[in-house]
Design a binder for this molecule. Sequence first.
Ligand code: NAD
Length: 258
Amino acid sequence: MSRFAGKRALVMGVANKRSIAWAIARRLADEGAELAFTFQGERIEGNVRELASSVGSPLVTPCDVRADEDLERVFGEVAEAWDGRLDLLVHSVAFAAAEDLEGRFTDTPRDRFWLAVDISAYSLVAAARAAEPLMAAAGGGSIVTMTYLGGERAVPHYNVMGVAKATLDASVKYLAWDLGERDIRVNAVSAGPVRTLAARSIAGFTEMESMFVERAPLRRHIDADDVGAAAAYLLSDDAKNVTGTTLYVDAGYHAMGM
Ligand code: NAD
């Protein structure tokens, strides 16, 4: 299949080979897309460069989504690499301080509340705004972000990240409205638990995983490749009339009342 032949995609959020962003990237590359990557921090730079070179990426560049100047530079580099055009954007970035992913949500201090919302939700708005002219020049585009049920229901320990995901989920809908007139679609994938670097910082993640498998209608875990397939669908022209929505890749867990 080459649904993405000739498509140019920017992937934000690969940290290592377990990252959901990497599963999405591999799927896009397998189906013919050309990929650029951003990474955050020197610690993971080597990992990301190695992974990116395995899919022949023309651009790997640092980006801390808290910094407007980083975002501006990144989208400038993308424009330069691809003649001012971009078709696809994968946003798979989130962060909350480890101490806020345990204990009581009520105790979240103001600065770390905004930090989680800034990195995990506002970054989508800023990236979409920067991508807009490049996608418009390409004749339209598709943006996918990663969310979790903890933004809709209270999931113990998920805490401030749940509030950030609620902000992200609402942002998907407002962005879909604004960008729709330029044929740019914006959607989210809501994934069940996947063992990644980010997941490891959630207290009680193992307990979440075992409850998940007990309660999910399909009674099994999901993996990053399942998310890759769903994101690829949303990014592809197969989903040309799908925007502002959330696709659940959670073995049906979200459908349950207990
Ligand atoms: P991950 O740790 O591999 O990816 C998180 C990424 O966010 C990393 O690449 C990290 O560098 C990046 N990041 C953090 N702060 C940043 C900053 N200031 N600037 C730029 N990048 C920054 O973990 P993952 O599980 O693949 O997470 C990807 C997305 O999937 C996140 O939005 C996460 O909330 C979401 N998600 C994960 C699960 C799960 O169970 N793993 C479930 C549902 C949703």
